[in-house]
Design a protein around this ligand. Sequence first.
Ligand SMILES: [Zn+2]
Length: 341
Amino acid sequence: MHNYPWKSAGICIFAPHADEVDRFCALVKDVFAKDGIDTIVMIIRYNYLFESHPECRGNYPLSKEDVRKMVKACRECGINLVPDMNLLGHQTVQDYLDPDGLLRSHPEFSETPISEAPEYSYSLCPNAPGLFELLCDLMDEIADAFEATDFHVGIDEVFYIGMCDRCKGQDPGDLLAGWLNRLHKHLADRGIKMWMWGDRLLNSYECGHGPWDASTNGTDKALGKIPNDIVITDWHYHNWPKFPSVEVFARAGHPIWLAPFNVAENAKLFLDYAKEHDGGNIVGIMETTWVPISYLMDGLEGKPAQPSEKWYPNSIPHIVRCYKSIFRPDEEWDPMPEDKE
Ligand SMILES: [Zn+2]
């Protein structure tokens, strides 16, 4: 368990594939529970055997039985398993040209034409007729399977908003707020707490964060127009001199999780800053991982890192080193891994 003054500890991971579920359940018991993790955000996207809209299934869909096993393993360890779908941005799989389950079968829901190669992941159009209702069906199936009390709706890195013929001319902050309020109401009606990433609610120019950590297109005006019981996972990965998002979300009254990533030194800067500027709304620390769960499991089990990794060749040793620096504070930090070319 971390030694910061917040009550919870979490990790954000990609969902295992069906044949990795048993290994994941063992990891929950043997590693995460022992390190004091009480919350896991699991990125499902469309990787579920949807029955309401089977055409939306992703490449590695989990069955209801797979999910039941994971929920049981987590529950036995006192861990809240929170499913995560990307319900606005990030509608691609590997590269930016490969639509995920939903847009593959329903290209009409994209904010920008699927025929035009995007510079970054496709986003959904919040005003597309029929989209919201379809997503509610998918959310309901996932929430039921996970017996979810909490649901993470993604919303990070939405760069395409207010661009299509339906949305053009509308204020991006209003578009985002409207969309979030609809998602929130649907979940709240079911007694489920909504979570989201914080970056689109931050103003890049005011916070001094770059266009990834914070918005440069006005979506941040949604803050204050959405219910402040929405839980924010506030992610920052760089060695910024300060992290004013902590104060921004405290003023707005949102509970937040601090979400570092892979560099132990940068995580410490962020967490130390948050401790000093704590507005009383910080729930805990949630490390993000962004690598296939099989690679992460290898790393946490001390096996050699896989050769091909998304961020850079040595990402696993960095992520594991950062994990240990936060959640095993009594251990000495591993040496900084050498970055291979
Ligand atoms: Zn639109």
